[in-house]
Design a protein around this ligand. Sequence first.
Ligand code: C2E
Ligand code: CA
Ligand code: CA
Length: 523
Amino acid sequence: MSHRGKILTAMISVGVLGVIGLCGATGWLFWRQSIESETAYSGGLAAQLGERTGRIMLGIRDMLAGFDRLAEKPCSPVHLEVLKRASVSRPYVRGIGYWHADQRLCGIGFLPNAGIRPRHADRIYPNGVIAWWPSPQTQVGGVQMFLMRYGDYDVAIDPNLLLDAGLPRHREAALWVEGLRLATIPTGAQLPAPDKLPLGVMLDRIHGLVLSHFAENSILPIDVVAQEPMIDFWTRHASILLLGTILGLLLAVGWIDVILRLSQRELNPATQLRRAIRHGRICVQYQPVVELQTRRCVGAEALARWQREDGEWISPAVFIPLAERAGLIRDITLAVMKIVIGDLRRIFDEAGPVSINLNLSRDDLLDDRTGLELAACLQRSDLPTAAIKLEITERSLVNSDTARILIHDLRDRGHDIAIDDFGTGYSSLSYLQSFELDLLKIDKTFVDAIETGAATSQVIVHVIEMAKSLRLKLVAEGVETLAQVAWLARHGVDYGQGYLFSRPLPLCDFIAYHQANGHGRNA
Ligand code: C2E
Ligand code: CA
Ligand code: CA
């Protein structure tokens, strides 16, 4: 897969995963939020009903305990009045009886005088409470009563009224005591048994219900189960879920935007080039420079190469202009310079002295960072300054006084300066004269035109004359034929560079070439 393809695939995968993750996380968060507030609400309902029932039980027990301490004469009108007052404020209390052992001596409420007398108590609790569950034996006036006795008093409770907290019809609840369903609202409502439900809130998606379960054990172990249609849940949480959806969408859009920007940046060649420079993926090849009369190799031009991570080689004709536009050219110059100075030591040791041409760009001439770095590198490597020649394109020289000063300094230090691609710019002879130069490289287009009869074929003659008048040595670029060599040599051109002699070579091949073709004397 191509590099671009890999980046796109990675970005799309990260993008899709991110969107799923973000939407999922937001959805989950808001869902949890809804469930939590539902727990507070529905759980609250079950809890509210349960706690209310618990409080009622406690109240009844306290009421019964309070009766035991009454000073009034039992069964006297005052005594019965106290009992009546206690029942009036408790609508679920249908009757109160005063007992002596198993004899009901008196009481109030809608109960037979002898009281309700089921055979055996269903529960006797350590706290002194005795309970009879609602059953046909406890039925009075069509209602199966729940009986509680504490001390000498008992109370008949209408269990249905224990739960009656004014619930709307579509919300149902059931009260359980010790696994026995005591009451439901509305009457006859079918709710799952508490032992089948965990505590808290849960969603029964199959039946479209929100269920809640509350349990408490103060006087009696009670459970309250409540349920309502799920639509209530959605209605209650529509706003929060809508907010979650909007937030999720916004986050997803933001994420996609980030991914798009990132992929644009990643796919941007300047970003890739910057990374290549940082990771040392810029390398150098050497194209031999040959003395035309003798065919002796006198040096080489260092040419930058960029191999991308996917193995593709990018032409310098592409990445050098890109680096110039992106402000990266000075980093490339420095990278090439360091490689060349490192390689030069080996070339000197294995193939003898040589000079290597470095290409400088306009940015390199705008301040002296490149020059200072070059001096420092050479000093560290203990190489002669003359081992590095500098090529500056004709275009880079335009309108640059800083360049003029820098060139002066570089020459002062011992570097030869070559004007590169000569003939492709617009510089006049007088303009060139204002720079201190040593070499002039005739561009390949003029070499190509030699003896072709084309108009440019005459230009090269003038260029040669001009160079000679400026006492510049001449290098012909892009020499491909023996005829060109013969012509150039005949016209006094000193050096040549081109595929006829050699293509740009990796270091080892250049060393081998120089060993075979150089004879120790430098250009
Ligand atoms: P240039 O400085 O004019 O380099 C010579 C170019 O001509 C090289 O292309 C070389 O491979 C090619 N060449 C040499 N002999 C022949 C030949 O006989 N026939 C043909 N067809 N081509 C030949 P390359 O390596 O692709 O470099 C292209 C340009 O990229 C260079 O032109 C130079 O302007 C720039 N460049 C390369 N390396 C660097 C560098 O390190 N720094 C800077 N600033 N520019 C560089
Ligand atoms: Ca060059
Ligand atoms: Ca050139």
